[in-house]
Design a protein around this ligand. Structure first.
Ligand code: CO8
Length: 258
């Protein structure tokens, strides 16, 4: 399917989505967010896709929501349209893993988009920030919530209140990103991580994603109970038998997603 603001390629079970509004540093407008939600929903439905990678360009992942688009809107406009909410909901309904491969600026909605992914691999040039305060607004799709859970109150307050950017090294130290790699190696590393995930049992992969995400929604006791129950239920799968047999027979497992 041809899109206007993103480029989608599917190869070796990986759906690679490139944000593509270079003139506006990949700023997120209505069209981009809608197309992204559509592409991810399609990737979820497509049996060939086992992992998704979202990236931008070397200089910018996304510099935030489109300020030109938002500047003339009134409270009633944004309230009535519930800007980006349906698209964010569609994003969160994707059960396959999504990796953000971030190089350059990931600011405002760009940082929030990266945080909506399951984990972030950053290039050493990446810069994260929630500079909405400089525009007289606040983050609107997770910058005060997911960022606080990722890096803690002190840094989340600092970034949201001062609008300062966090470089890749600080982002890794703070737990915002899972790894930092040289800019030239970013896509190789992200695609290799996606490839590793694509080799696993899809059922187990989706259970892992759901269980880790559950930890954000529940108290520890409930989360542990959820984990125990999904652990138990995976013993009903053929892939559990295959995975354990393969280990004992010292061979690679051949998972069949059953
Ligand atoms: N929106 C629209 N256009 C942008 C944006 C943006 N967020 N960021 C950059 N651009 C455009 C610039 O206007 C410029 O376009 P032009 O050449 O036509 O003038 C072009 O990209 C290049 O930008 P600069 O000349 O500024 O490039 P620099 O290298 O000097 O600076 C920066 C790069 C630091 C990234 C700078 O562009 C910047 O600060 N951008 C804005 C960052 C920002 O404030 N982001 C937050 C936006 S608000 C937001 O994301 C809210 C999300 C919540 C939505 C909630 C919905 C419910």
């Amino acid at each position: 399917m041809a899109y206007e603001t993103i480029i989608v390629e599917i190869e070796d079970h990986i759906c690679l989505v490139r944000l593509n509004r270079p003139d506006a540093m990949n700023a997120l407008n209505d069209v981009l967010f809608k197309e992204l939600a559509e592409a991810l929903t399609e990737a979820q439905k497509n049996d060939k896709v086992r992992c998704i990678v979202i990236t931008g360009s070397e200089k910018f992942f996304a510099a935030g929501a489109d300020i030109k688009m938002m500047s003339e809107r009134s409270f009633v406009d944004v309230f009535e349209s519930d800007l980006f909410t349906a698209e964010a909901d569609a994003f969160l309904r994707v059960r396959k893993p999504i990796i953000a491969a971030v190089s350059g600026y990931a600011l405002g909605g760009g940082c929030e988009l990266a945080m909506m992914c399951d984990f972030i691999i950053a290039s050493d040039t990446a810069k994260f920030g929630q500079p909405e305060i400089n525009l007289g607004v606040v983050a609107g799709i997770g910058g005060t919530q997911r960022l606080t859970r990722a890096v803690g109150k002190a840094k989340a307050m600092d970034m949201n209140l001062t609008g300062r950017f966090m470089d890749a090294e600080e982002a890794e130290r703070s737990g915002l990103v899972s790894r930092v790699v040289p800019a030239k190696k970013l896509m190789e590393e992200a695609m290799a991580a996606a490839g590793k995930i694509a080799e696993k049992s899809m059922i187990t992969v989706m259970v892992v994603k759901e269980a880790v995400n559950r930890s954000f929604e529940t108290p520890l006791r409930e989360g542990l109970l959820f984990e125990r129950r999904v652990f138990n239920s995976l013993f009903a799968t053929e892939d559990q038998k295959e995975g354990m047999a393969a280990f004992l027979e010292k061979r690679e497992a051949q998972f069949r997603d059953k």
